[in-house]
Design a protein around this ligand. Structure first.
Ligand SMILES: Cc1cc2nc3c(=O)[nH]c(=O)nc-3n(C[C@H](O)[C@H](O)[C@H](O)COP(=O)(O)OP(=O)(O)OC[C@H]3O[C@@H](n4cnc5c(N)ncnc54)[C@H](O)[C@@H]3O)c2cc1C
Ligand SMILES: NC(=O)c1ccc[n+]([C@@H]2O[C@H](COP(=O)([O-])OP(=O)(O)OC[C@H]3O[C@@H](n4cnc5c(N)ncnc54)[C@H](O)[C@@H]3O)[C@@H](O)[C@H]2O)c1
Length: 446
């Protein structure tokens, strides 16, 4: 079998690249060992946010108690998971149908290199003029005893029953988001974070304000706490920890991996394809092309050239498709990529942080404030609301914006637009945003 292009993976990066290259008339094949759809649609962003939709109601109910709304509601976990499945279950077949309609060949199998332009798929050797590695990321290997007891994001999002005691190992995006879901659904949740604070990707002050929300819902957050072993104990688990020189233990019915993800390259037999990698990362040039095998490109979480986020996977795929079709000319541009952790309320960030701006020697004006008394927060009885904004001296361009509170997940996109397209603080201030909306606060943040 021969193809102009074989794409390893069927997530966002693979799908976007496949459609673009196929539209130009190339023969294209997609190969994934899991059902088609990838992490975001099946095991990440989308199913997670369907669970968030349920617990948002519980959160709103808590906030407005005593403000004209009475009565208690609760999460029926099994029903919430069924609701999620109304979205996720049909996806693989829908994607298969789309590939069939466009004449893209599909393989449900693991792929590995057996030569620079040859892949082993289903025990068949497939020749590929080009290969795109869009194999995504997988939970990092922790190298601790009892690691096999961890479930990952896929397992958590499929739980038919919510266990009573849940431990999340790690303190980044997944721990923050899953803890907010599980605690509001009734579980006792503990986060064990090796680092000194939760969500190190976000501004420390804003994370500090958000910690009140973790306290309110009873999430037990332990920082500077490294998980060193997981022991099975008659159907439940003992999670062994180290805090400085002290050791400790936490009992749990479920232990979830939230300790980082790394490019999924192990199974690909990269040396057989002459594809260079170092410390678990592909060696790529600025066109997202392998430095050692020019037939091979990479996109999305597998490339990890930009932040491991869905819009980045899509952007990378467009860059790679353009380079495949018209020769190397397109390079990724990650300016203004917003990032949100979907806690309740959400925390969001785009552009440089204050620490990055100082380190880079940028000249900027900084405005930061906790704004629990602003109308946007008071209207929904939310205490956690605040921002930090960095505006470049001289040009007035927005360098960074960081938000926590109601609508942060939507408003951050306007700052993203400003950063990506070089808009200034005056441009944003002179824009008439609908009132009263989250965006109508932007003028006061600058
Ligand atoms: C729990 C969770 C929540 C997330 N939430 C968000 C969010 O809210 N917003 C956001 O922007 N991002 C979010 N992300 C990140 C986002 O999901 C990823 O950045 C994105 O899905 C990556 O897409 P991709 O196409 O690069 O890879 P993937 O979608 O991961 O696709 C890779 C595919 O390759 C397949 N594969 C791997 N190796 C092989 C092989 N050897 N042979 C065959 N197939 C193989 C895998 O089975 C997989 O299906 C989240 C991630 C997780 C884990
Ligand atoms: N909303 C979103 O955009 C979203 C949501 C979920 C996941 N994601 C993506 O998925 C990736 C993975 O998410 P994640 O939360 O697993 O990783 P992360 O990198 O956000 O956080 C991992 C944390 O685990 C800690 N850790 C590592 N080993 C540990 C140990 N042995 N004991 C205790 N703590 C330990 C680290 O200190 C780190 O802070 C992220 O990089 C993100 O890009 C994005």
């Amino acid at each position: 079998m021969n193809f102009d292009l074989v794409i390893i993976g069927s997530g966002t990066a693979a799908m976007v690249a496949a459609f673009r290259v196929r539209a130009a008339g190339w023969s294209v094949a997609i190969v994934d060992e899991k059902p088609f759809g990838g992490t975001c649609a099946l095991r990440g962003c989308d199913p997670k946010k369907m669970l968030v939709a349920g617990v948002e109601v519980v959160d709103a109910q808590r906030r407005v108690q005593g403000h004209g709304v009475a009565g208690k509601i609760h999460i029926d976990w099994a029903e919430l998971i069924r609701f999620k499945r109304t979205f996720t279950d049909p996806i693989p077949e829908k994607h298969q149908q789309r590939y069939d309609d466009k004449g893209i060949a599909t393989f449900r199998s693991r792929a590995r290199f057996v030569g620079p332009n040859t892949l082993a798929i289903n025990d068949t050797e497939v020749q590929a003029r080009h290969v795109v590695i869009a194999s995504g990321a997988k939970p990092m290997h922790l190298g601790i005893s009892g690691e096999e007891h961890l479930i990952d994001n896929e397992g958590f999002l499929q739980l038919e029953r919510l266990p009573d005691r849940i431990v999340l190992v790690g303190g980044g995006y997944i721990a923050a988001e899953f803890s907010h879901i599980a605690a509001r659904a009734g579980a006792a949740v503990t986060i064990l974070q090796r680092g000194p604070r939760l969500l190190p990707q976000f501004e420390p002050e804003l994370v500090g304000w958000l910690m009140e929300a973790f306290e309110t819902i009873g999430v037990n957050v332990r920082t500077n706490t490294e998980v060193i072993a997981i022991e099975e104990n008659g159907g439940s688990f003992i999670v062994h920890t180290r805090v400085g020189d002290e050791s400790g233990a936490v009992h749990a019915d479920l232990v979830v991996h939230a300790a980082g993800r790394t490019p999924a390259l192990e199974q690909l037999d990269l040396p057989a394809g002459g594809v260079a990698a170092e410390s678990g990362r592909l060696l790529l040039n600025e066109y997202l092309q392998s430095v050692s095998n020019p037939s091979v490109y990479a996109a999305g979480d597998a490339a990890q050239w930009g932040p491991p986020l869905t819009p980045v996977s899509s952007h990378d795929a467009k860059v790679v498709a353009a380079n495949l079709l018209d020769g190397n000319h397109s390079t990724p541009n990650y300016a203004g990529v917003p990032s949100v952790a979907f806690t309740l309320p959400p925390i969001a960030s785009v552009g440089v942080t204050e620490a990055q701006a100082r380190e880079a020697g940028l000249r900027f004006q900084l405005k930061t404030e906790r704004t629990s008394d602003w109308y946007t927060a008071r209207r929904v009885a939310e205490q956690v609301y605040g921002y930090k904004a960095l505006v470049e001296e001289g040009t007035g361009r927005i360098l960074g914006a960081h938000l926590v509170g109601p609508h942060a997940d939507e408003v951050i996109n306007l700052f993203g637009l400003a950063i990506r397209h070089g808009l200034t603080a005056d441009d944003l201030k002179s824009t008439m945003f609908a009132y009263p909306t989250g965006a109508s606060d932007i003028g006061y943040m600058l």
